[in-house]
Design a protein around this ligand. Structure first.
Ligand code: ADP
Length: 598
């Protein structure tokens, strides 16, 4: 067997981007960059073509007032129609192209994420929960969709059209054209003033919302305690203070920026722009003798010049959201994966052996040090010890939630790191406290580890796990879909996970004994179900209550990450050591009253 020191750790993440590296957004979009650029180009052409009909109509007005013949007008009408049609075709093509490119990008990204997440150490999910996965696969990929399929084209359109519009207006009358830029310039100025200090205010906004959430959680969680001690008012004082604090902060912010932000929106509205241009135009027509028809292009295209102000604000938010999503996605895709063995080895038998096992979460403090442990096939080994002594961590090394920092964990003589993951999980199962049920039928939930199991096999395991009667009471029996209006209690979910483990039939099982059951009946059912599970298997139980593991073949006491005692219940009690002290501490008052001791 290879020496532990020669092993690679988790697969190193690709090098972090140096300062010159492209930002995550560009890297993620790289596979479809060409098509997105083409879509943006088409959209720009569409936006420019969209301005042409307005120019044509302006020219028509000019010629009509000059008394031009109908023949001279038709080419302009044709140009307006053709340009409008062309804009429509280009715009549609741009939208379709961007959506197709984004579709491919989403598919490739989600596949990459699924592949990568499948290779992450399972410990990551128990540590960080599954929220980040949902956020990445659903929310973040959707944020990229909004950005690439919609925002990109909107921004291109809104920035291109005004350029042509303004260029044309300058050819008509430079004074009015300059005036048409004034609302835009004013809008930008006012918007900047309204946004000054926004970063600090946004940080305070987030902090204030955080304070309300914390106070709300505390309020909800503590309400029973406060009420039962007759201090109902105290319970919501902090919540009320937090909401009042938020209201004060927010109204202060709004008051300070109200005038400038309202003015920024107001000055670029078409009504204001038209009013301004009409007034100035009227002066030019009456005083300077400017032909009235020259006002037409300004009335048609003037509002378009200021339009970007109204659109860019919200789009900036979408761009920021897309950038933040890309950063999170890139971080997840860089998370180190559990290395698959270069020279796979298959276990010979099911004897589990841990030798000199140490483990550290942070690379500095050892949570486990020098642990030796054997799990003999067909026996039950219980891990006991104070909270934080390392029981869950030790048990998690066998199904490779994490890999040891030093030492070895072997199954059937093979280092678990040399066993291909699929082979390892066929042999090592786990039943955790936090049971995950899928939004699928009860039968499919039980079948998870063996999708080809027959209905009879599913039912047999459900019976052994004392779940069968409960399932029959569900609206559709075994076909009832969980999570859609039908939910199981904590104890029932535990029994379902035991049925699942029974059906998967892994010869070695890691079991985190649930700490709390709703009622003694449920607890008795679970204990019975666990006995069924233990039969003929190698079991490693993380025991939280000593009463449930009295008959274990071996009890291992962990303290500060070290094995300090091991043996059978009676022997350990007789030894009068740490286990005896734990046992005395955990004996229930009922035991003491009834005089039942060991
Ligand atoms: P037990 O199961 O006996 O209560 P654990 O194995 O959960 O103990 O924890 C052992 C020690 O490791 C504790 O000090 C705990 O704070 C720490 N620990 C547990 N999980 C993590 C984690 N994911 N990251 C960092 N430290 C952890």
């Amino acid at each position: 067997m290879k020496s532990p020191t020669s092993r690679p750790g988790p697969e190193p993440a690709p090098p972090a981007p140096d300062t010159g590296a492209p930002p995550p957004l560009r890297t993620l979009a790289a596979p479809v960059r060409g098509r997105l650029a083409l879509a943006a180009g088409l959209q720009a052409v569409a936006a420019l073509a969209g301005v042409v009909p307005f120019i044509a109509v302006s020219l028509l007005a000019d010629r009509l007032t000059d008394g031009a013949s109908a023949d001279a007008l038709w080419p302009l009408v044709a140009l307006a129609c053709a340009a409008g049609l062309f804009a429509l075709v280009c715009g549609t093509a741009a939208g379709a192209l961007a959506h197709l490119a984004d579709n491919d990008l989403q598919l490739a990204l989600r596949r990459r994420l699924a592949r990568h997440i499948g290779r992450l150490p399972l410990g990551r999910f128990t540590e960080k929960g599954t929220g980040e996965i949902k956020q990445a696969v659903h929310d973040d990929v959707s944020a990229l969709h909004t950005l690439f399929a919609h925002t990109l084209l909107d921004v291109v359109a809104v920035l291109t059209a005004p350029v042509l519009a303004l260029a044309y207006l300058f050819t008509v009358d430079w004074r009015l054209a300059l005036l048409a830029v004034v609302p835009l310039a004013l809008g930008v100025l006012l918007f900047r003033r309204a946004m000054s200090g926004a970063a600090a205010q946004m940080a305070e906004f987030g902090a204030a919302i955080g304070r309300i959430s914390a106070a709300a959680v505390e309020f909800a969680a503590g309400i029973a305690v406060f009420k039962s001690f007759g201090r109902g008012r105290r319970a919501h004082e902090r919540f009320v203070r937090a909401t009042e604090g938020f209201a004060d902060f927010f109204s202060g912010w709004v008051r300070a920026t109200l005038v400038s932000s309202t003015a920024a929106v107001l000055v670029v509205t078409p009504a204001v722009v038209l009013l301004l241009l009409t007034l100035a135009g009227a002066v030019l027509v009456t005083r300077d003798g400017m032909p009235a028809a020259r006002l037409v292009p300004f009335l048609l295209l003037g509002p378009a010049v200021a339009a970007p102000m109204g659109v860019v604000g919200p789009r900036v938010q979408q761009i920021r959201a897309g950038q933040a999503a890309a950063v999170r996605l890139t971080e997840l895709l860089r998370a180190p994966t559990l290395p698959e063995p270069a020279d796979p080895v298959l276990p010979d038998g099911h004897h589990v052996s841990m030798r000199g096992v140490s483990f550290s979460y942070d690379g500095r403090t050892d949570v486990l040090s020098g642990v030796d442990l054997d799990l003999v096939p067909g026996t039950v080994t219980a891990l006991v010890g104070p909270s934080g002594s390392g029981k869950s961590t030790l048990a998690s090394l066998l199904p490779r939630f994490h890999d040891v920092t030093a030492g070895t964990v072997t199954l059937g003589g093979a280092d678990v790191r040399d066993i291909p993951a699929t082979e390892l999980y066929r042999r090592v199962g786990f039943v955790l406290q936090d049971v995950r049920l899928l939004r699928a039928s009860v039968a499919d939930n039980i079948r998870l580890g063996r999708p080809d199991a027959t209905d009879e096999e599913v039912e047999r395991c459900a019976r052994a796990a004392h779940l069968h009667d409960r399932v029959l009471a569900l609206p559709d029996g075994y076909a009832t879909v969980l999570g859609s209006g039908v939910a199981l209690s904590g104890g029932e979910a535990q029994r379902l996970s035991i049925a699942r483990a029974l059906l998967a039939d892994a010869p070695v099982l890691v079991l985190d004994e649930a700490t709390a059951y709703a009622d003694p009946h449920s607890e008795a059912l679970i204990q019975d179900a666990l006995s069924a599970l233990a039969a003929g298997r190698t079991l490693l139980v993380i025991a939280h209550r000593l009463s449930t593991i009295r008959s274990a073949d071996r009890i291992v006491v962990l303290e500060d990450g070290r094995v300090t005692e091991q043996g059978r219940h009676d022997d350990l009690l007789a030894a009068g050591g740490r286990y005896a002290a734990l046992w005395d501490a955990q004996r229930s008052p009922d035991d003491v009253r009834e005089g039942s001791t060991r």
